[in-house]
Design a protein around this ligand. Structure first.
Ligand SMILES: *Cc1c(COP(=O)(O)O)cnc(C)c1O
Length: 386
């Protein structure tokens, strides 16, 4: 496991008698990272350069190079990114929008916030994407104006090419919520490259995390990207001229500066995450623990581990065993969208896979620079419980 960090490299654990392993640890900065950041904050503060400017421009250019998408517009967060995408496509009051029944709440919320009527689509238990037959059925029944799908866990559905073509042929605008798939490769190319419109989030716990909130919209269509930029800047067509009703959703210069520094270390962070993900995959399959894995033509970004316990007593026992050992874990996500209390009337295309996934999923700790000792401790603990 030469790709994994050693505890000694990080000056960690040598003093730790009882090791505790968090679900996520965002404090493992590379050498010089915090120094570079504090120098940058001082530089921008002296110039009072806080909105727009060089850092934002450079960051958007670097995102475009990295994702192989021509136009990138940064914004305030990943939820706004989805709303801006839908608004730029003209999706609004009364329009139907297909959304996955298992995703972060923001995917659903964005459709509601633009005035549209979301229809939840059941999940596919093989890769965690939308169930293809439910998706097609809903498209035929409702003729939605748009669909938002979310690429969860560090990859996307194996049916992505099919869904992209199907939506194009059916005149459905497809928005890809890529908050969890930054850095994922599909057949050796950026997953965002061939999307009509995709979005991401720079929430600190994401693969490219900021020092606060941030997001971006990606499109190869210049006119769509320009509309996104206008909407996220008050619908401005000139400094005091407004072509439409937008809102304020800009990425701060200081945030862009932090992300520009983080981008320098992104390859190391992703390769460390991937190594940890691989470690789990190999060792958990050896002890017979079921997992959801990336379809083979994806290179995942190591965003998270997805372990499945269909036996609920066993799941409780594993959760308790992890807690007893001070090992964090996640449950991404514990409930389907259609089961949330905020939803009064829901259009759901049926199926119970979403509930099944939410009840059986358990995510083991995964973050950049996890050590081999930490990974082994987690796996040994699980092994002692199954
Ligand atoms: C994080 C996340 C979002 C929302 O991003 P914010 O920047 O927190 O608004 C949306 N969708 C998915 C799938 C996410 O994981």
């Amino acid at each position: 496991m030469s790709g994994l960090a050693k505890a000694s490299d990080l000056h960690l654990l040598s003093y730790n008698i009882k090791m505790s392993i968090p679900f996520i640890d965002l404090t493992r900065f590379e050498d010089h990272f915090l120094l570079r950041w504090s120098e940058k904050v001082a530089e921008l503060s002296k110039k009072a350069s806080f909105i727009g400017g060089y850092e934002v421009e450079i960051f958007e250019q670097r995102l475009s190079d990295l994702t192989q998408v021509d136009n990138v517009v940064t914004c305030a967060n990943g939820t706004d990114a989805i709303q801006l995408a839908l608004r730029a496509l003209g999706v609004g009051v009364g329009d139907y929008v297909l959304v996955p029944n298992v995703t972060f709440w923001a995917t659903y919320e964005a459709a509601v916030n633009v005035g549209a009527i979301p229809i939840t689509i059941d999940v596919d238990l093989i890769d965690g994407g939308v169930d293809l037959s439910a998706f097609i059925l809903a498209a035929e029944k409702y003729q939605p104006k748009a669909a938002v799908i979310a690429h969860l866990y560090g990859w996307a559905t194996r049916n992505l090419d099919f869904i992209r073509t199907f939506c194009k042929d059916s005149n459905i605008f497809l928005v890809e919520d890529g908050a969890q798939c930054f850095g994922v490769q599909l057949n050796g190319q950026s997953i965002y490259k061939d999307a009509l419109l995709s979005t991401t989030s720079f929430y600190p716990a994401k693969v490219l995390g900021g020092a606060g909130d941030g997001g971006a919209v990606f499109s190869n269509k210049k006119s769509i990207a320009e509309e996104v930029r206008r909407l996220g800047n008050h619908g401005r067509t000139s400094h005091y001229g407004y072509g439409s009703i937008g809102w304020n959703s800009r990425l701060d210069s200081i945030q862009a500066a932090y992300l520009n520094i983080a981008l320098d270390y992104l390859p190391q962070r992703i390769s460390s995450r991937r190594n940890a993900a691989k470690y789990y995959q190999n060792s958990l399959s050896t002890i017979g623990v079921k997992q959801i894995l990336a379809p083979e033509f994806y290179e995942e970004n190591g965003y998270c581990n997805v372990t499945i316990f269909e036996d609920f007593d066993l799941k409780r026992r594993v959760e308790k065993g992890l807690r007893d050992k001070n090992i964090g874990f996640g449950n991404i996500y514990p409930a389907a969208i259609s089961d949330q209390p905020a939803i009064k009337s829901i259009l759901h295309m049926g199926g119970r896979n979403s509930q099944k996934l939410c009840e059986s999923i358990l995510n083991l700790p995964l973050y950049p620079y996890m050590t081999e000792i930490e990974l082994k401790t987690v796996v040994d603990t699980v092994a002692s419980l199954v």
